[in-house]
Design a protein around this ligand. Structure first.
Ligand SMILES: Cc1cc2nc3c(=O)[nH]c(=O)nc-3n(C[C@H](O)[C@H](O)[C@H](O)COP(=O)(O)O)c2cc1C
Length: 390
């Protein structure tokens, strides 16, 4: 299952096409809209979120609430388009009100994108490198999430730090799978601890006052996975590399850790690797989950736990130094309306990317024609693993 998206931040809207979807999967527009709303939320977001109320429109591939095995097309309207119609029109004369963006922002795609595409108007670049595009990903991943829910997999995320404020957890690998997604959504920064939530909000307020921006870290968890998704056989097949690539495809993600991640490099082997045990009812198990559910490029049946780091937002209300692309004189970087912190939203986008990678791995292993056959294949496989453990 894969997707492709198109659409500019201030264009008419965003489009995603999801292909490789099996027939007979129930799809709920309301569920996709709920995920889109989660992506728009989070303390620290900018004015754009007040303009948009993202709603998906499914225009193909779904009939009477179920997939029919064809590509699924999803669109999201940009309400802000009405303010940009002349400046972003696909055709026509250059309007008088057009102001070219000639002061690229450090940390964004502006400068290198302009050099690469031979323009002095960074708008051509920022319209697509803007994280508005991630709304299309979240909508598309709604299909992957429905698939995973149907085969008993739950994917959720929570924020573990914003700037210098971090959630304290004695044993994060033990705690992560048991957090309650509903409780996380009640926190304005999507952090499961009330006291840390408050401190994170204060840090964002201070950053806003100072004309600053903040990054942070978040964790994505998937419960209920079968062992064996992905493969050890070729570099491309390793689920570790596929999930890593998916997460690094999100703008501003600068680090990814599986399980205890970099901490593993500091410990001895016996304090890292997860002892194997067997249980008649549940099959092969581990007594710890430092690996975060992946060994040898495959899921090992334990919860998948992956942590990612997001750099601070590049658009600053106290802008950094840049160079005017027309005059080549020193200038201040442009101040596009912007988020102060988008870590809670990035975590929702990361859920979407992880959901896609996992759904794709399931379909690769169990076929992709229709849900009935896929679920029967998963059941038989689970039964074989249980029998092997007796
Ligand atoms: C959900 C989300 C929201 C973002 N919001 C903004 C924003 O409002 N302003 C901004 O300058 N960058 C924002 N970013 C970050 C930029 O998209 C990102 O820093 C930029 O594309 C360059 O990142 P890269 O070097 O990783 O490609 C956001 C990123 C995400 C994931």
């Amino acid at each position: 299952m894969h997707y492709i998206s198109a659409g500019e931040s201030h264009g008419q809207g965003l489009t995603a096409i999801v292909y490789g979807v099996p027939a007979g999967l129930s799809i709920s527009e309301e569920q996709i809209n709920a995920d889109l709303a989660r992506r728009q939320s989070g303390y620290g977001r900018g004015g754009r979120q007040k303009i948009e109320t993202d709603r998906v429109r499914v225009t193909s591939g779904v009939r009477l609430g179920k997939t029919i095995g064809s590509p699924i097309a999803l669109t999201i309207e940009n309400k802000d388009w009405k303010n940009w119609e002349s400046r972003m029109a696909p055709f026509g004369e250059e309007p008088e009100e057009l102001v070219r963006e000639v002061t690229p922002r450090p940390g964004h795609a502006d400068l290198v994108g302009a050099l690469k595409t031979n323009t002095d108007d960074c708008r051509n670049i920022l319209e697509r490198s803007s994280a508005r595009e991630t709304a299309a990903r979240v909508a598309a991943a709604g299909i992957a999430r429905e698939f995973l829910a149907d085969v008993g997999v739950e994917v959720f995320s929570y924020v573990t730090s914003i700037g210098g404020v971090a959630l304290e957890e004695d044993d994060p690998m033990k705690a992560a799978p048991d957090y309650k997604p509903l409780a996380i959504e009640l926190s304005p920064v999507r952090c499961p601890d009330d006291e840390t939530t408050q401190k994170m909000i204060e840090a964002i307020d201070e950053a806003r006052k100072a004309g600053e921006s903040l990054g942070g870290t978040f964790r994505v968890v998937a419960n209920g996975l079968v062992a064996g998704l992905g493969s050890y056989a070729t570099p491309r097949d390793r689920l570790t590399s596929r999930i890593g690539a998916s997460l690094f495809s999100i703008p501003a993600i600068k680090g990814v850790e599986f399980g205890i991640g970099f901490e593993a490099a500091r410990r001895c082997g016996s304090a890292v690797h997860d002892p194997i045990t067997v249980n008649k009812r549940r099959g092969f198990l581990r007594t710890s989950n430092n690996a975060g559910g992946l060994e040898g490029g495959m899921t090992n049946g334990m919860p998948l736990i992956v942590t990612a780091a997001m750099k601070p937002i590049p658009t600053l209300m106290n802008p950094l130094a840049t160079v005017n692309l027309d005059t080549l004189e020193p200038a201040e970087a442009s101040k596009e309306r912007s988020d102060v912190c988008a870590v809670p939203a990035a975590a929702v986008v990361a859920e979407a990317e992880v959901a896609f990678a996992l759904a794709d791995a399931y379909l690769e292993m169990f076929g992709n024609a229709n849900m009935h056959d896929i679920k029967a294949a998963i059941k038989a496989y689970r039964q074989r693993l249980r029998t092997a453990s007796r």
